[in-house]
Design a protein around this ligand. Structure first.
Ligand SMILES: C[S@@+](CC[C@H](N)C(=O)[O-])C[C@H]1O[C@@H](n2cnc3c(N)ncnc32)[C@H](O)[C@@H]1O
Length: 241
């Protein structure tokens, strides 16, 4: 089954192209392995026996981790190639479906999830109203949303010509396997992020502006120094009230 991609969705073609690279390389990339993942995982409760939605699952690293730690996993991504990579990784141990997070996740029942985990996916969404309303709907009472996005300060430094106070689309060029891929995403202010959560009825429990681990420092000392003086990622855990 294929779905219609919402007109505000960006980087669909880029992620279609990068899916095999993600499957092969992203597990061990220092930015993921020694920076984003340790911080995001530190926000998770014990997931044993919990129902978890991996929203923007890419090639399924988090889905596999969640399964290995005893969770019941549903994974969604708008890219059919990423969905294929997640299926390759987790087989039939998880429910894996193509879905655009700009649209309602109608196949998921109200109050059915203990956790929604979304790693580095929400900044591809122009508007967060639908995805956050859906998180609130599908989460059980006291269920938690844990997500990571680019830090607004990082995006403002990378795109200084923009207006910090507006949600603006920006474009970066990434080198993957010797190929240049254009990746577009939305830069939004800190207050836009916080207000969207609170308006959706999700109470912020914890906010992280992490620095990389020591393993990162050993591999990339110069970048480590920079990343310990300027924010790069923002992680938030919020609870359905
Ligand atoms: C940076 S990757 C996520 C990485 C992944 N969570 C991990 O750590 O392995 C971003 C993912 O978000 C997905 N994505 C972007 N926009 C989306 C949308 N509107 N709906 C669903 N998935 C989307 C992309 O296809 C991509 O797989």
């Amino acid at each position: 089954m294929t779905i219609n991609i919402h007109k505000s969705s960006v980087s669909f073609d880029a992620y279609e192209k990068m899916a095999p690279y993600y499957f092969e390389s992203v597990d061990t990339k220092p930015f993921n392995a020694y920076f984003e993942r340790p911080a995001t995982l530190s926000l998770l409760p014990d997931v044993q026996g919990k129902s978890v939605l991996d929203a923007g699952c890419a090639a399924g690293w988090y889905s596999k981790w969640l399964l290995e730690h005893g969770a019941n996993v549903t994974a969604v991504d708008f890219s059919p190639s990423m969905i294929a990579m997640t299926r390759k990784r987790v087989g039939n141990k998880a429910v894996v479906r193509q879905a655009d997070l700009h649209e309602p996740l109608s196949f998921l029942a109200d109050n059915s999830m203990d956790l929604v985990l979304s790693s580095l996916a929400l900044h591809y969404l122009k508007t967060w109203e639908v995805v956050l309303t859906e998180c609130k709907r599908i989460l059980k009472p006291q269920g938690q949303l844990i997500f990571s996005v680019h830090h607004p300060v990082r995006d403002m430094e990378a795109f200084p010509a923009g207006n910090y106070f507006r949600t603006e689309i920006v474009e970066e060029e990434w080198e993957t396997n010797g190929e240049t891929v254009k990746v577009r995403f939305y830069r939004r202010s800190l207050s836009t992020i916080i207000t969207a959560l609170l308006d959706a009825g999700l109470m912020i429990e914890k906010l992280l502006e992490p620095t990389p681990t020591r393993q990162f420092a050993e591999l990339h000392p110069a970048e480590y120094k920079q990343l310990t003086t300027k924010p790069h990622f923002l992680m938030i855990r919020a609870r359905k009230s």
